[in-house]
Structure formats: C-alpha cells, structure tokens
Ligand binder design. Structure first.
Ligand code: ATP
Ligand code: ZN
Length: 287
C-alpha cells in the first residue's frame, strides 16, 4: 500500500477550525470530515487526519501513532515529550501567566512564597518556580482554573491568557509571564524516507500558504514623473511591474508588500504621488 502520513489535530476547541482550514488552504481535501469521526482521510493527498484532545497529541506523536501534530507549544512543553517542532503556524497565540487577585499589592515574585497556586500546567509552573527559587504549593486542576481564588481553593493561578478578559472578569490581574506560545506543527523523530517525501511536500505547501498570508498584492496609479520615487519605497519580489495606463503620462505599478511594512509604506506612497491604491490578498506565494 502507498505510504500515507497521519496528522493529529485538536478535535474540538480553539485550534480545530484553523488547523483544518490551514490544511484545506494547502489543497488537501478531506473525505469524511463529519464530526464524531476519529479518523478522516484526504482524497487528494497521502494524509490522514486523527482528531484528538490536544492533551493527547504529544504522546501520540512521540510514540508514532501519529506522524505529525498541530497543537500549542504550551501543550508540547508541558508534556515533556520528545518530538521535532517543524514550524510555527502563526495562530493560537497565548501566554502562560501567573495571576493574582486584583486587590493584591504585588511587588515581585517573592509574593508567591508560601502561597497556593492553581494550574493545569504543573510541570511548566514547577520548572519556573525552581528557576526563580519560589516555594509555593501547586494545586493541579484540569479546568476553570480562573475561579480557584474566588472559591478559596488557591491564592493565585497559573493559566493561559490571550486577551486577559477572562482574568478581568474573575477579578484577577496578570503579574508574570512564564511562557509564550503559538500553534506549531510537530513531528515524530523517526519518520521514514517515504514519509519524509510526503512531509516535504506538505511543508512546501504550508510555506506557500503562510508566506501568502503575510504579503499583499498592491496596485497603484501614478503620473510617470512619480514612478521612480514610488519604486524606491516598493521592494516587490524581484522588482515592481510598471505598465502604461490608457491615459497619457500615467502608469500603473504592481508589487508585493509584506504585511508588516504595509502601513508605513502606504503613507510614503501617497506622499510620493500614488493614487487609486488597491491592496489585494494573495492566495499562494512561492518565492
Ligand atoms: P481539549 O478538549 O482539546 O483538551 P482544551 O480545553 O485543552 O481542549 P482549548 O481551550 O481549545 O483547549 O485551547 C487549545 C489551545 O489554544 C491551548 O492549548 C493554547 O495553545 C491555545 N490558546 C490560545 N489562546 C488561548 C486562551 N486564551 N486560553 C486557552 N488557550 C488558548
Ligand atoms: Zn486540552
């Protein structure tokens, strides 16, 4: 039978949808993508999808039940498994932080000495405590950590934060960041040569999709005498395309811009005479 790879993704939760749409954007079509299935296979790529709780993914990838996995770096680090991190995926950003009741006059880490801290991340918390010479009692609980201080179960918590609104609505404030995380693709250490060939194809597609997301196609019009000034602020992949407009003395300039440079460059372009600026998303980009 032809070689296939198996990738574990979160069954239902914050990462599920984006993980699957990322695979879809890579041109991978899933046959039986119904909820409730454990395994779905791609019809047009040698890949099978295994739907799991995110906490189970590290173990499955380490022991080779799955070849690949998409999950938060926080879960990989907490599990302590040995897997290869292949690629940061630019979503699911969050941080593991210590938070205390809002009314605490918090000065520094010494505050935690002798306190009880509730968390679902005992390993990362204990490591941090050792590194920072804090002696506190760690209470491991599996969910709703943020209510622990209110019900008297703990003095503080160590939990994932993204916007901070959950902390706020529970009367807590974030005081220390232990770990910064985003979704990553991890792989088993011992994928064979046939598997690596499939993996390289998948990584190539992922690169194309992610590079495209970080770039925009830009088209603008300018009087011919402004063209060289505008080109000097537009990098383009090789160099910008300049084409004449039907109106005499005018040109259109096409280029590709990195999302991060975007707003800075736009102001520059306007002041150099650009008009009718269009910014268009790119679907795939191979550089
Ligand atoms: P499962 O049922 O799969 O165990 P879960 O409840 O453990 O799900 P989710 O809450 O869906 O997990 O979070 C999955 C991942 O999303 C986290 O491990 C983390 O990497 C990322 N994440 C991003 N922002 C947040 C946030 N504000 N709170 C929690 N997780 C976040
Ligand atoms: Zn989980």
């Amino acid at each position: 039978m032809a070689k296939r790879l198996r990738i574990a993704v979160q069954k239902s939760g914050r990462l599920s949808e984006i993980s699957l749409s990322l695979l879809e954007e890579c041109g991978i079509k899933l046959k039986n993508n119904g909820k409730g299935t454990l395994l779905a296979s791609a019809s047009n790529f040698p890949l099978d999808i295994l739907y799991l709780r995110d906490d189970d993914i590290p173990q499955y990838v380490e022991d080779g039940t799955a070849d690949l996995g998409i999950l938060g770096e926080n879960v990989v680090a907490e599990s302590g498994v040995i897997v290869k991190t292949l690629k940061k995926l630019d979503f699911g950003r969050c941080r593991l932080s210590l938070a205390v009741p809002r009314n605490v006059d918090y000065q520094d880490l010494n505050w935690f000495n002798g306190k009880r801290i509730a968390t679902s991340y005992p390993n990362l918390l204990k490591k941090f405590m050792v590194e920072n010479h804090i002696k506190a009692e760690v209470h491991t609980i599996s969910g709703s950590v943020e209510i622990a201080p209110n019900i008297g179960l703990a003095d503080a918590i160590c939990d994932l934060v993204s916007s901070g609104s959950t902390l706020l609505s529970n009367g807590l404030k974030e005081v220390e960041i232990l770990f910064k995380s985003e979704a990553v693709m991890v792989a088993n250490q011992n994928i064979d040569a046939a598997g690596l060939q499939i993996l390289n194809k998948l990584l190539f597609r992922l690169d194309a999709v992610m590079t495209a997301k970080n770039n925009k196609y830009i088209i603008l019009n300018a009087p011919n005498e402004s063209v060289s000034g505008i080109i000097s602020v537009l990098p383009g992949i090789k160099s910008p395309t300049v084409v004449p407009l039907a109106a005499k003395g005018w040109s259109a300039i096409h280029s590709v811009l990195n999302e991060e440079q975007f707003w800075d460059v736009i102001d520059d372009l306007k002041s150099k005479g650009a008009q009718g600026i269009l910014v268009i998303p790119i679907e795939k980009m191979i550089v």
